[in-house]
Design a protein. Structure first.
Length: 369
């Protein structure tokens, strides 16, 4: 069966969960402490292990998430600030067709940025989401200097749609590269087989700049990831704890309480919260102020459906107006740039978002809701 591009279809609100694709990108940060740990490790290979575990941990929240997030409107934004964790994040929908969100997260130890660009296809029995953008991590190790890592995400798939028992699977090869040292981690997310025991498996290796394997890494992306020295590269035992040569637990998934609507995680629930005092700081384009998504979260499905139709029509009218006037849409917070190390183009944060937030000046924002 020929796949249909789902990004161009308008689906009823009943297909959605009350989150946005922009918030889905923020979900990557649930395990950002792995990046803090990576920065503190003195050995570059161990840093790569923790960065790779972070890249794999981004899939843990997909379990059971078979409803569709809301497609962001052009110019829609989302910010997530965690002073307790020492980072802040924001993302802007910079293109509607194709749908692209440009994201930027920063902390004292690292910057994490990239684009959420996806193509989704419906094959009758399954629904595949191919994530196209490159993700960049600038790590500032405690030992000094700066390292650049990149990776691309693997394919996410919802299978078992026909049988009425939809399940999320993530599969494909991921290459996490440290451009500064030339070391690479290869991760293989194995497709879910017929047996339950084959589900969620990921395995791989960390190789040095000459391509020699130094660590093996593996586990399940919904549970735990371990690493151990590859035979022949054990750390010298003399004067060290002999346990150091055994398996290292690199990452463990947070508990998933049952009974949360749409199988959201406790972390995801914090993303849409609008506590007192936050609203006055947000731009009028923030997802938390989006009326259809908010109505759905509050269980007002008829209002959510009518508001979804209204904001989408408003977006179409604005697009027609731009076409009539011969205008091209310009993102507000990002510009295209080229990475001097990898040569790839990416969306560079122009630095203005947090300045406007500090001065409470959102006068340049479009009215999209």
């Amino acid at each position: 069966m020929i796949g249909k591009d789902m990004t161009k279809m308008t689906l009823p609100v009943s297909f959605n969960e009350p989150t946005s694709l922009l918030q889905r990108v923020a979900e990557d940060l649930e395990y950002a402490d792995l990046l803090d740990i990576a920065a503190d490790r003195p050995d570059s290979m161990e840093r790569l292990l923790y960065v790779a575990a972070y890249a794999a941990s981004e899939y843990a929240s997909t379990i059971g998430r078979v409803a569709k997030p809301f497609n962001p409107l052009l110019g829609e934004t989302f910010e997530y600030v965690r002073p307790d964790k020492g980072y802040r994040f924001f993302i802007e929908q910079v293109s509607h067709h194709p749908p692209i969100g440009a994201a930027w997260a920063e902390s004292t130890k690292w910057d994490y940025y990239g684009e959420s660009a996806l193509k989704s296809k419906f094959y009758g029995k399954s629904f595949d989401i191919n994530l196209l953008g490159t993700w960049f991590l600038r790590l500032r190790p405690a030992s000094g200097g700066e390292e650049l890592y990149t990776w691309k995400k693997v394919t996410s798939s919802v299978i078992g749609i026909i049988t009425g028992n939809p399940t999320v699977d993530n599969y494909g090869l991921m290459e996490i590269k440290n451009w500064t040292t030339g070391e690479i981690c290869y991760l293989d997310f194995k497709p879910r087989g017929w047996k339950a025991s084959s589900a969620y498996q990921v395995s791989g290796k960390v190789v040095d700049r000459d391509g020699t394997p130094r660590w093996s890494i593996g586990g399940r992306w919904n549970d735990k990831i371990y690493a151990r020295h590859t035979p022949g590269f054990e750390a010298p035992v003399s004067g060290q704890d002999p346990e150091s040569n055994k398996t290292l637990l690199v990452w463990q998934c947070h508990a998933r309480p049952r009974g949360i609507p749409f199988n959201l995680t406790p972390f995801v629930i914090t993303l849409n919260a609008l506590p007192n005092g936050l609203k006055e700081h947000l731009p009028p384009t923030d997802t938390r102020l989006r009326p259809d998504q908010r109505a759905m979260e509050e269980g007002e499905y008829d209002l959510a459906a009518s508001e979804k139709h209204r904001v989408e029509e408003k977006q179409r009218a604005k697009r027609r107006e731009r076409e009539t006037n011969g205008e091209e849409y310009q993102p507000k917070w990002f510009t295209r740039a080229q990475c001097p190390i990898t040569g790839e183009e990416y969306w560079a944060h122009n630095g203005n978002y947090w300045k406007c937030r500090e001065s409470h000046d959102w006068s340049g924002c479009e009215d999209i809701f």
